[in-house]
Design a protein around this ligand. Structure first.
Ligand code: CMP
Length: 136
């Protein structure tokens, strides 16, 4: 069945590879149901990385996510949550380059924090994140 997921192009990648990433999203057969370019507030970033609160990289992650505008999208496709995770590739770009050279992170990520894109891990996280941006 058709599913929706929450996808985000991180600030560093918005500056450097926005059009190429959107092109890959479309080529992979996702429809972009909603899209909005907006700088996350610290509150928004902390909310949608709630599961990582307390980890040693949490502050750096929030800083990295609030340094400029992100592109926030709702993607629709059959099996969208899993399909988007596959297209992103592994979290660590070095691992992505080794194991999934066609993935977005292999091709466009800068480092593990500025790893080009984010996507929900599961349907529950997707539903939660879809509530975060003010006008979604
Ligand atoms: P993302 O998919 O946005 O979800 C959580 C983010 O935390 C992840 O991408 C990385 O940017 C970051 N992250 C996860 N693990 C680590 C780690 N070990 N060191 C630094 N950053 C990490």
């Amino acid at each position: 069945p058709e599913e929706q997921t929450f996808a985000l192009i991180k600030p560093e990648a918005v500056k450097t590879h926005k059009d190429e990433i959107i092109q890959k999203v479309k080529e992979a057969g996702f429809s972009i149901s909603k899209v909005k370019e907006e700088a996350l507030t610290r509150e928004m970033a902390a909310q949608f990385y709630k599961d990582h609160e307390g980890k040693p990289f949490f502050e750096d992650l929030v800083n990295c996510m609030t340094q400029g505008p992100s592109v926030i999208m709702v993607l629709s496709k059959e099996n969208a949550v899993e399909e988007w995770r596959k297209l992103m590739g592994p979290t660590d770009p070095e691992e992505a380059k080794r194991t999934c050279p066609e993935s977005i992170r292999a091709q466009f990520a800068h480092d593990i924090l500025s790893n080009a894109v984010h996507g929900s891990s599961n349907i529950e996280a997707a539903a939660r994140s879809l509530l975060v941006p003010s006008e979604f």
